[in-house]
Ligand binder design. Structure first.
Ligand SMILES: [Zn+2]
Ligand SMILES: [Zn+2]
Length: 262
């Protein structure tokens, strides 16, 4: 059985774990090592079984724990090769020991134990940011957060996902009428910012009625969104009819799935 958890999502930290057969991977390390350990302990997975951490981008809510994680556990951190090549100074600030830093190329899948991982570019104001598609047996998990706009490649990856962790960052009226300065509202809602509730729903409607099979709406803003608003929007405008979970800011969610092999 594959077991997984949204360890937490939102501006105060983002991390996901997917585990199978005494192996596991983390996507993002937006929490301290202590907090990651605490949250993993609430799942059916073992922290010691983690092969390494795949990082979507360098914003602190996704990467702040990566350096300490690597130094304390001796496990590797996987980042986009372009980050190391073109944005090495920013990457260096995480303090990941060189021998524990591994790189991947977008669109070239790599294996960590039983997990086959493919990264693809997202559109975000953090250079060389990526989303991930993770295959275990016949199952595919998608991680698509922190992108200000979508493209056909993201749709293609979402369509093949059994489970998709999808950003629904803000409710447009809440953002517009909220306390943030104009420039920050522009950044969040811009083409390299975040997906709104409507963006996420339109994205799902554009994928397929049946796929992805299950969606976790993630990365809800504490200040500019409310799960009730997202629920209302879902009820009024979702054509896609899979199973959904709305992840409250900072909350943890666990699930399991068979490998689909028989
Ligand atoms: Zn983020
Ligand atoms: Zn970000």
């Amino acid at each position: 059985m594959i077991r997984y958890s949204v360890l937490g999502s939102g501006s105060s930290g983002n991390s996901y774990i997917i585990g199978y057969n005494r192996g596991a991977i983390l996507i993002d390390a937006g929490y301290s090592l202590r907090e990651l350990r605490r949250r993993v302990a609430l799942t059916d997975l073992n922290f010691e079984d983690i092969h390494g951490v795949c990082i979507t981008h360098l914003h602190p809510d996704h990467a702040r724990g990566a350096g300490v994680f690597a130094r304390q556990t001796g496990k590797s951190i996987y980042v986009n090769a372009n980050l190391l090549e073109k944005n090495g100074a920013a990457l260096a600030k995480l303090g990941i020991p060189a021998h524990l830093l591994r790189t991947f190329e977008c669109h070239q899948s790599f294996d960590l134990g039983d997990f086959s991982i493919t990264a693809y570019p997202t559109r975000h104001d953090s250079p060389h940011s990526v989303g991930f598609s993770v295959k275990i047996g016949q199952r595919i998990f998608g991680i698509l957060t922190d992108t200000g706009s979508i493209d056909t490649e993201m749709q293609a990856y979402a369509r093949e996902a059994d489970i998709l962790f999808l950003e629904a960052n803000y409710d447009w009226p809440m953002l517009e009428n909220g306390p943030y300065p104009y420039w920050l509202k522009q950044r969040i809602s811009g083409p390299h910012g975040h997906l709104s509730n409507d963006d996420a729903i339109n994205f799902l409607n554009s994928c397929s009625v049946q796929t992805p099979q299950k969606v976790y709406f993630c990365h809800l803003s504490k200040n500019n969104n409310h799960p009730d608003f997202l629920e209302q929007s879902c009820n009024s405008s979702l054509i896609w009819n899979g199973i959904r979970t709305i992840c409250h800011h900072g909350a943890q969610y666990c699930g399991s799935l068979d490998t689909g092999d028989n």
